[in-house]
Design a protein. Structure first.
Lengths: 228, 118
Protein backbone atom coordinates (compact mmCIF):
# COMPACT_ATOMS: atom_id res chain seq x y z
CA UNK A 1 0.00 0.00 0.00
CA UNK A 2 1.54 3.32 -1.12
CA UNK A 3 0.73 6.04 1.36
CA UNK A 4 0.89 9.79 0.72
CA UNK A 5 0.86 12.14 3.71
CA UNK A 6 -0.61 15.44 2.51
CA UNK A 7 0.41 18.38 4.67
CA UNK A 8 -1.43 21.62 3.91
CA UNK A 9 0.66 24.55 5.16
CA UNK A 10 -0.13 28.24 5.22
CA UNK A 11 2.46 30.41 6.98
CA UNK A 12 3.89 27.48 8.95
CA UNK A 13 7.63 28.16 8.58
CA UNK A 14 8.06 27.74 12.36
CA UNK A 15 6.31 24.39 12.57
CA UNK A 16 6.86 22.66 9.27
CA UNK A 17 10.32 21.21 9.88
CA UNK A 18 9.19 19.70 13.22
CA UNK A 19 6.23 18.16 11.42
CA UNK A 20 8.48 16.55 8.80
CA UNK A 21 10.94 15.38 11.50
CA UNK A 22 8.06 13.79 13.37
CA UNK A 23 6.88 12.03 10.20
CA UNK A 24 10.36 10.81 9.21
CA UNK A 25 10.85 9.33 12.65
CA UNK A 26 7.51 7.78 13.41
CA UNK A 27 6.01 7.21 9.96
CA UNK A 28 8.85 6.58 7.51
CA UNK A 29 6.74 4.17 5.41
CA UNK A 30 4.76 7.09 3.93
CA UNK A 31 5.78 9.79 1.46
CA UNK A 32 5.30 13.33 2.74
CA UNK A 33 3.95 16.07 0.50
CA UNK A 34 3.83 19.65 1.74
CA UNK A 35 1.28 21.83 -0.01
CA UNK A 36 2.44 25.38 0.55
CA UNK A 37 -0.75 27.37 0.08
CA UNK A 38 0.75 30.66 -1.09
CA UNK A 39 2.36 31.45 2.28
CA UNK A 40 3.71 34.94 2.83
CA UNK A 41 6.47 33.74 5.18
CA UNK A 42 9.42 31.41 4.56
CA UNK A 43 7.31 28.23 4.40
CA UNK A 44 8.35 27.55 0.80
CA UNK A 45 12.11 27.76 1.31
CA UNK A 46 11.97 25.89 4.64
CA UNK A 47 9.86 23.15 3.03
CA UNK A 48 12.25 22.86 0.11
CA UNK A 49 15.22 22.46 2.44
CA UNK A 50 13.55 19.40 3.97
CA UNK A 51 13.66 15.90 2.57
CA UNK A 52 10.12 15.67 1.24
CA UNK A 53 7.94 16.51 -1.73
CA UNK A 54 6.76 20.12 -2.01
CA UNK A 55 4.04 21.77 -4.06
CA UNK A 56 4.07 25.56 -4.08
CA UNK A 57 0.72 27.06 -4.99
CA UNK A 58 1.15 30.49 -6.62
CA UNK A 59 -1.41 32.13 -4.36
CA UNK A 60 -3.58 31.22 -1.39
CA UNK A 61 -6.47 29.02 -2.52
CA UNK A 62 -7.58 27.83 0.91
CA UNK A 63 -7.35 24.58 2.81
CA UNK A 64 -9.88 22.76 0.63
CA UNK A 65 -8.11 23.52 -2.63
CA UNK A 66 -4.75 22.63 -1.04
CA UNK A 67 -5.88 19.24 0.18
CA UNK A 68 -7.50 18.57 -3.18
CA UNK A 69 -4.20 19.34 -4.90
CA UNK A 70 -2.64 16.61 -2.76
CA UNK A 71 -5.46 14.24 -3.67
CA UNK A 72 -4.98 14.86 -7.41
CA UNK A 73 -1.24 14.31 -6.90
CA UNK A 74 -1.98 10.99 -5.20
CA UNK A 75 -3.94 9.80 -8.23
CA UNK A 76 -1.25 10.83 -10.73
CA UNK A 77 1.54 9.25 -8.70
CA UNK A 78 -0.43 6.07 -8.00
CA UNK A 79 -0.81 6.28 -4.24
CA UNK A 80 -3.43 4.07 -2.61
CA UNK A 81 -4.09 6.06 0.52
CA UNK A 82 -3.98 9.77 1.38
CA UNK A 83 -3.41 10.84 4.97
CA UNK A 84 -4.32 14.44 5.73
CA UNK A 85 -1.92 15.80 8.32
CA UNK A 86 -1.89 19.41 9.51
CA UNK A 87 1.21 21.52 9.00
CA UNK A 88 0.90 23.23 12.37
CA UNK A 89 2.18 20.34 14.45
CA UNK A 90 -1.04 19.37 16.20
CA UNK A 91 -1.19 15.93 14.63
CA UNK A 92 1.09 13.13 15.79
CA UNK A 93 2.86 10.87 13.29
CA UNK A 94 2.75 7.91 15.66
CA UNK A 95 -1.07 8.04 15.51
CA UNK A 96 -1.23 7.56 11.72
CA UNK A 97 -1.20 3.75 11.96
CA UNK A 98 -4.45 3.98 13.93
CA UNK A 99 -6.33 5.75 11.15
CA UNK A 100 -4.77 3.53 8.48
CA UNK A 101 -5.91 0.25 9.98
CA UNK A 102 -9.63 0.67 9.09
CA UNK A 103 -8.68 1.62 5.50
CA UNK A 104 -7.12 -1.78 4.93
CA UNK A 105 -10.30 -3.27 6.40
CA UNK A 106 -12.39 -1.55 3.70
CA UNK A 107 -13.24 1.89 5.12
CA UNK A 108 -13.09 4.78 2.62
CA UNK A 109 -12.70 7.64 5.09
CA UNK A 110 -11.21 7.33 8.54
CA UNK A 111 -11.35 10.24 10.96
CA UNK A 112 -8.98 10.52 13.89
CA UNK A 113 -11.21 11.69 16.72
CA UNK A 114 -9.99 13.70 19.70
CA UNK A 115 -13.02 12.66 21.73
CA UNK A 116 -13.05 8.89 21.47
CA UNK A 117 -11.30 6.48 23.79
CA UNK A 118 -10.83 8.80 26.75
CA UNK A 119 -8.69 11.33 24.93
CA UNK A 120 -8.51 14.67 26.67
CA UNK A 121 -8.68 17.70 24.45
CA UNK A 122 -9.06 21.17 25.90
CA UNK A 123 -10.32 24.01 23.75
CA UNK A 124 -12.28 27.24 24.04
CA UNK A 125 -15.97 26.97 24.93
CA UNK A 126 -17.12 28.37 21.59
CA UNK A 127 -15.00 25.90 19.64
CA UNK A 128 -16.16 22.99 21.75
CA UNK A 129 -19.76 24.05 21.27
CA UNK A 130 -19.27 24.21 17.52
CA UNK A 131 -17.58 20.84 17.43
CA UNK A 132 -20.44 19.28 19.43
CA UNK A 133 -23.14 20.86 17.26
CA UNK A 134 -21.52 19.58 14.07
CA UNK A 135 -21.00 16.13 15.57
CA UNK A 136 -24.72 15.93 16.42
CA UNK A 137 -25.91 17.19 13.03
CA UNK A 138 -23.53 15.00 11.10
CA UNK A 139 -24.38 11.93 13.15
CA UNK A 140 -28.00 12.54 12.24
CA UNK A 141 -27.31 13.06 8.53
CA UNK A 142 -24.91 10.15 8.16
CA UNK A 143 -26.94 7.81 10.37
CA UNK A 144 -23.95 6.80 12.45
CA UNK A 145 -22.30 8.16 15.58
CA UNK A 146 -19.62 10.73 14.75
CA UNK A 147 -17.76 12.67 17.43
CA UNK A 148 -15.15 14.79 15.66
CA UNK A 149 -16.38 15.89 12.24
CA UNK A 150 -14.11 18.97 12.12
CA UNK A 151 -10.98 16.93 12.67
CA UNK A 152 -8.41 17.41 9.91
CA UNK A 153 -6.60 14.19 10.82
CA UNK A 154 -7.93 11.72 8.26
CA UNK A 155 -7.14 8.88 5.95
CA UNK A 156 -8.74 8.60 2.52
CA UNK A 157 -8.93 5.31 0.65
CA UNK A 158 -9.06 4.87 -3.12
CA UNK A 159 -12.81 5.55 -3.46
CA UNK A 160 -12.59 8.76 -1.43
CA UNK A 161 -9.56 9.86 -3.43
CA UNK A 162 -11.44 9.39 -6.71
CA UNK A 163 -14.49 11.24 -5.39
CA UNK A 164 -12.60 14.19 -3.91
CA UNK A 165 -10.33 14.69 -6.90
CA UNK A 166 -13.46 15.75 -8.81
CA UNK A 167 -14.94 17.95 -6.14
CA UNK A 168 -13.71 18.95 -2.73
CA UNK A 169 -15.34 21.74 -0.68
CA UNK A 170 -13.34 24.93 -0.37
CA UNK A 171 -13.34 27.03 2.76
CA UNK A 172 -13.94 24.73 5.72
CA UNK A 173 -14.01 21.39 3.95
CA UNK A 174 -13.91 18.81 6.75
CA UNK A 175 -17.62 18.69 7.59
CA UNK A 176 -18.84 19.10 4.02
CA UNK A 177 -16.53 16.39 2.72
CA UNK A 178 -18.29 13.92 5.02
CA UNK A 179 -21.71 14.76 3.59
CA UNK A 180 -20.38 14.28 0.11
CA UNK A 181 -18.89 10.97 1.13
CA UNK A 182 -22.11 9.84 2.77
CA UNK A 183 -24.14 10.77 -0.31
CA UNK A 184 -21.83 8.66 -2.44
CA UNK A 185 -22.17 5.71 -0.09
CA UNK A 186 -18.59 5.74 1.11
CA UNK A 187 -17.81 3.98 4.37
CA UNK A 188 -16.87 6.42 7.12
CA UNK A 189 -15.09 5.27 10.29
CA UNK A 190 -13.89 7.09 13.36
CA UNK A 191 -11.04 5.95 15.57
CA UNK A 192 -9.56 7.55 18.68
CA UNK A 193 -6.46 9.63 18.01
CA UNK A 194 -4.47 11.86 20.30
CA UNK A 195 -3.56 15.38 19.20
CA UNK A 196 -1.19 18.02 20.51
CA UNK A 197 -2.12 21.49 21.53
CA UNK A 198 -0.62 24.06 19.20
CA UNK A 199 3.01 24.81 20.07
CA UNK A 200 4.22 27.69 17.91
CA UNK A 201 2.44 30.21 15.74
CA UNK A 202 -1.15 31.28 15.86
CA UNK A 203 -4.20 29.28 14.89
CA UNK A 204 -6.18 30.76 12.05
CA UNK A 205 -9.33 30.31 14.10
CA UNK A 206 -10.18 33.22 16.42
CA UNK A 207 -13.44 33.42 18.46
CA UNK A 208 -15.08 35.65 15.89
CA UNK A 209 -13.99 33.35 13.10
CA UNK A 210 -15.31 30.36 15.03
CA UNK A 211 -18.78 31.86 14.83
CA UNK A 212 -18.34 32.70 11.16
CA UNK A 213 -17.09 29.14 10.65
CA UNK A 214 -20.18 27.69 12.32
CA UNK A 215 -22.63 29.78 10.31
CA UNK A 216 -20.79 29.15 7.07
CA UNK A 217 -20.51 25.40 7.54
CA UNK A 218 -24.12 25.08 8.68
CA UNK A 219 -25.15 26.89 5.53
CA UNK A 220 -22.91 24.69 3.42
CA UNK A 221 -24.34 21.58 5.07
CA UNK A 222 -27.82 22.82 4.27
CA UNK A 223 -26.87 23.54 0.65
CA UNK A 224 -25.23 20.14 0.32
CA UNK A 225 -28.39 18.43 1.51
CA UNK A 226 -30.42 20.37 -1.07
CA UNK A 227 -28.04 19.55 -3.91
CA UNK A 228 -28.84 16.44 -5.78
CA UNK B 1 -44.77 65.15 -23.04
CA UNK B 2 -44.17 64.97 -19.32
CA UNK B 3 -40.77 65.73 -17.89
CA UNK B 4 -40.54 62.22 -16.45
CA UNK B 5 -40.89 60.78 -19.95
CA UNK B 6 -38.25 63.07 -21.40
CA UNK B 7 -35.93 62.07 -18.57
CA UNK B 8 -36.47 58.34 -19.00
CA UNK B 9 -35.97 58.61 -22.78
CA UNK B 10 -32.70 60.45 -22.27
CA UNK B 11 -31.43 58.03 -19.61
CA UNK B 12 -32.34 54.86 -21.46
CA UNK B 13 -31.00 56.27 -24.74
CA UNK B 14 -27.71 57.07 -23.00
CA UNK B 15 -27.51 53.57 -21.55
CA UNK B 16 -28.29 52.07 -24.96
CA UNK B 17 -25.66 54.16 -26.74
CA UNK B 18 -23.10 53.44 -24.04
CA UNK B 19 -23.71 49.68 -24.28
CA UNK B 20 -23.42 49.83 -28.09
CA UNK B 21 -20.19 51.79 -27.85
CA UNK B 22 -18.74 49.31 -25.34
CA UNK B 23 -19.61 46.38 -27.59
CA UNK B 24 -18.09 48.20 -30.56
CA UNK B 25 -14.86 48.70 -28.64
CA UNK B 26 -14.84 45.06 -27.67
CA UNK B 27 -14.92 46.00 -23.98
CA UNK B 28 -17.10 43.04 -23.18
CA UNK B 29 -17.91 39.80 -24.88
CA UNK B 30 -21.24 39.55 -26.71
CA UNK B 31 -22.41 36.96 -24.18
CA UNK B 32 -22.29 39.51 -21.40
CA UNK B 33 -23.55 42.34 -23.55
CA UNK B 34 -26.78 40.55 -24.38
CA UNK B 35 -28.55 41.22 -21.08
CA UNK B 36 -27.44 44.85 -21.05
CA UNK B 37 -28.59 45.32 -24.62
CA UNK B 38 -31.96 43.74 -23.92
CA UNK B 39 -32.43 45.87 -20.80
CA UNK B 40 -31.60 49.15 -22.52
CA UNK B 41 -33.75 48.37 -25.58
CA UNK B 42 -36.79 47.45 -23.49
CA UNK B 43 -36.41 50.53 -21.31
CA UNK B 44 -35.93 52.77 -24.33
CA UNK B 45 -38.95 51.39 -26.18
CA UNK B 46 -41.18 51.73 -23.14
CA UNK B 47 -39.95 55.27 -22.50
CA UNK B 48 -40.78 56.39 -26.05
CA UNK B 49 -43.93 54.36 -26.56
CA UNK B 50 -45.95 55.83 -23.71
CA UNK B 51 -49.16 54.01 -24.59
CA UNK B 52 -47.57 50.61 -24.43
CA UNK B 53 -46.13 51.48 -21.01
CA UNK B 54 -49.54 52.68 -19.80
CA UNK B 55 -51.15 49.51 -21.09
CA UNK B 56 -48.60 47.18 -19.50
CA UNK B 57 -48.50 49.11 -16.22
CA UNK B 58 -52.27 49.02 -15.90
CA UNK B 59 -52.30 45.32 -16.70
CA UNK B 60 -49.98 44.70 -13.75
CA UNK B 61 -51.95 47.07 -11.53
CA UNK B 62 -49.63 50.07 -11.45
CA UNK B 63 -51.47 53.38 -11.03
CA UNK B 64 -48.41 55.42 -11.94
CA UNK B 65 -46.94 53.96 -15.16
CA UNK B 66 -43.37 55.32 -14.82
CA UNK B 67 -42.97 53.29 -11.61
CA UNK B 68 -43.42 50.21 -13.80
CA UNK B 69 -40.37 51.39 -15.69
CA UNK B 70 -38.42 51.47 -12.41
CA UNK B 71 -39.53 47.98 -11.54
CA UNK B 72 -38.35 46.75 -14.95
CA UNK B 73 -35.00 48.48 -14.50
CA UNK B 74 -34.65 46.93 -11.06
CA UNK B 75 -35.56 43.52 -12.41
CA UNK B 76 -32.94 43.77 -15.13
CA UNK B 77 -30.26 44.83 -12.65
CA UNK B 78 -31.16 41.87 -10.46
CA UNK B 79 -30.84 39.52 -13.43
CA UNK B 80 -27.53 41.03 -14.48
CA UNK B 81 -25.98 40.76 -11.00
CA UNK B 82 -27.28 37.21 -10.66
CA UNK B 83 -25.65 36.43 -13.99
CA UNK B 84 -22.41 37.94 -12.67
CA UNK B 85 -22.51 35.78 -9.54
CA UNK B 86 -22.74 32.69 -11.71
CA UNK B 87 -19.96 33.87 -14.00
CA UNK B 88 -17.70 34.74 -11.06
CA UNK B 89 -18.28 31.38 -9.39
CA UNK B 90 -17.39 29.67 -12.64
CA UNK B 91 -14.27 31.75 -13.09
CA UNK B 92 -13.00 31.18 -9.55
CA UNK B 93 -13.47 27.43 -9.95
CA UNK B 94 -11.51 27.48 -13.20
CA UNK B 95 -8.91 29.71 -11.61
CA UNK B 96 -8.46 27.25 -8.74
CA UNK B 97 -8.04 24.36 -11.17
CA UNK B 98 -5.37 26.27 -13.06
CA UNK B 99 -3.55 27.13 -9.85
CA UNK B 100 -3.56 23.52 -8.71
CA UNK B 101 -2.33 22.36 -12.10
CA UNK B 102 0.45 24.96 -12.03
CA UNK B 103 1.58 23.75 -8.60
CA UNK B 104 1.48 20.12 -9.70
CA UNK B 105 3.42 20.81 -12.91
CA UNK B 106 6.09 22.81 -11.06
CA UNK B 107 6.58 19.98 -8.62
CA UNK B 108 6.98 17.55 -11.50
CA UNK B 109 9.54 19.77 -13.23
CA UNK B 110 11.47 20.14 -9.95
CA UNK B 111 11.59 16.37 -9.60
CA UNK B 112 12.73 15.82 -13.18
CA UNK B 113 15.43 18.46 -12.75
CA UNK B 114 16.64 16.87 -9.53
CA UNK B 115 16.83 13.50 -11.23
CA UNK B 116 19.07 15.16 -13.81
CA UNK B 117 16.91 14.33 -16.79
CA UNK B 118 16.59 17.95 -17.86
Amino acid sequence: MKILVVIPAYNESENISDVIDDLRQDFPQGDSLIINDGSEDETSSVARSLDCRVIDLPYNIGIGGSVQTGIIYAIRENFDVVVQFDGDGQHIAMEIEKILAPVSEGADIVIGSRFLGGNRYTSSIIRKMGITIFARIMSLICGQKLTDTTSGFRAYGRKAIDLFSDYYPEDYPEVEALILAHKNNLIIREVPAAMRQRIKGKSSITPLRSIYYMVKVLLAVFVDILKK
Amino acid sequence: MQLVQVLSIIVSALIFLFVIELIRRGAFKEKYALLWLLASVVLLVLSIWRRLLDYLALMFGFFYPPSFLFLLGFGFLLLITLHFSIVISNLSEKNKKLTQELGLIREEIDRIKKAGKF
